[in-house]
Design a protein around this ligand. Structure first.
Ligand code: NAD
Length: 360
């Protein structure tokens, strides 16, 4: 298979971690007989330095022409970098927002996995963490409260702010279909999270999710109120497979789910549109404090590349090979500094990439 991938190394540790992800992808391509073409584009601070803007139209066109985009991270130290003295629409993050919009990425996927070898980093009690967990938060990314009409008015001398939470059935249906499709590739369970006891938008959400579920008889669907879900994530995270939810609930729950893993350098993410196209990137930022030192953990980016193979190219065996290589490297006792524990061998970013590639 020919894989046409646009890469965005970005800023800070971005170029280091993308380099290692490519190393692992190249090994997968060699082993499974695929051909990968990479085209790099600039975004964020790297683009500001060269073009004066965080993303050019040409870069957008290149990304659109690809099958998928693999990204490192963008941005610098927000208190010292000159990029943050620019107008907000010219800062690094504006590039990412513009790209998400141009590519119509409405579905955000964030896995939260507890690896046995890293259980010590999990902040939950051992009696809970020992059951392990492997869940996927599927968050709607372009609708709801963050995109509704908003205004602040003054009525009779009293300031009043109004935000509007709107979803139409098409927006709900397309994310629900994505959620069920992802569940079919996993443990075939969807927990749809809403606030249907209070919100009309949640009642519509629930109704549409029930309709979509009829096309997926193999998938078990349950509904959960968001406040209960926030509790269940720390009480019994092992119960979840795919958590399907709207924009604001997903924003909060996905951060909660990543915190219970305790390992920021291990968390991948994907943003998808209604084709097979996706943007794959680690959940963490550009870590300017450790950039250029060859100590960053490349695993979140490598796991993002695995998600890319699984969800944009349907190459499940190849994605499994990457996921297994990550497990094996941890079992063999290798750790980057951020996940280091006693008795393990500390390695840098490049060596971690080599060790992963060897295990493909
Ligand atoms: P960060 O995630 O970059 O770093 C937080 C802490 O985690 C730092 O101590 C860092 O060294 C560490 N860390 C992060 N990733 C690591 C890795 N792979 N290996 C080892 N240690 C790692 O968050 P921040 O410091 O708040 O943000 C830095 C910059 O990144 C900011 O400009 C921010 O806007 C940007 N950012 C970008 C994205 C993105 O590109 N999608 C996401 C979040 C933050």
């Amino acid at each position: 298979m020919n894989l046409n991938i646009t890469c965005i190394p970005g800023d800070g540790i971005g170029p280091e971690i993308v380099r290692e992800a490519k190393k692992v992808l190249d090994k997968v391509a060699e082993k499974f007989g695929h051909h990968i073409t990479y085209t790099d584009i600039l975004m964020g601070g790297a683009s500001i330095d060269v073009h004066g803007v965080p993303l050019t139209e040409e870069a957008i066109a290149t990304a659109k022409a690809a099958d998928a985009v693999l990204m490192g991270s963008i941005g610098g130290d927000t208190s010292t970098s000159p990029w943050y003295k620019l107008a907000p629409n010219l800062r690094p993050e504006a590039g990412l927002l513009a790209l998400r919009k141009a590519l119509n990425l409405f579905a955000n996927l964030r896995p939260a996995v507890l690896y046995d070898e890293l259980a010590g980093a999990c902040p939950l009690k051992e009696e809970i963490s020992k059951a392990g967990f492997d869940m996927m938060i599927m968050r709607e990314l372009t609708g709801g409260l963050y995109f509704g009409e908003r205004k602040t008015v003054e009525e009779n001398g009293v300031r009043k702010a109004i935000d509007t939470l709107t979803y139409d059935e098409n927006e709900i249906r397309r994310i629900a279909i994505k959620g069920f499709d992802i569940a079919m590739k996993r443990k075939k369970k969807v927990t749809s999270v809403d606030k249907a006891n209070v919100l009309d938008s949640s009642r519509l959400w629930r109704a549409v999710v029930n309709e979509v579920a009829k096309d997926y008889p193999e998938v078990t669907l349950e509904h959960m109120l968001v406040d209960n879900c926030a509790m269940q994530l720390v009480k019994d995270p092992a119960q979840f497979d795919v958590i399907l939810t709207e924009n604001m609930f997903g924003d909060i729950l996905s951060d909660e789910a990543s915190m219970v893993t305790g390992s920021i350098g291990m968390l991948a993410s994907a943003s998808l549109n209604d084709t097979k196209f996706g943007l794959y990137e680690p959940s963490h930022g550009s870590a300017p404090d450790i950039a250029g030192k060859d100590i960053a953990n490349p695993i979140a980016t490598v796991l993002s590349a695995s998600m890319m193979l699984r969800y944009s190219f349907d190459l499940d065996k190849e994605a499994d090979a990457i996921d297994q290589a990550v497990k094996k490297v941890l079992q063999d006792g290798y750790r980057t500094g951020d996940i280091m524990s006693e008795g393990c061998k500390q390695v840098g970013c490049t060596e971690m990439g080599d060790l992963l590639a060897e295990r493909i």
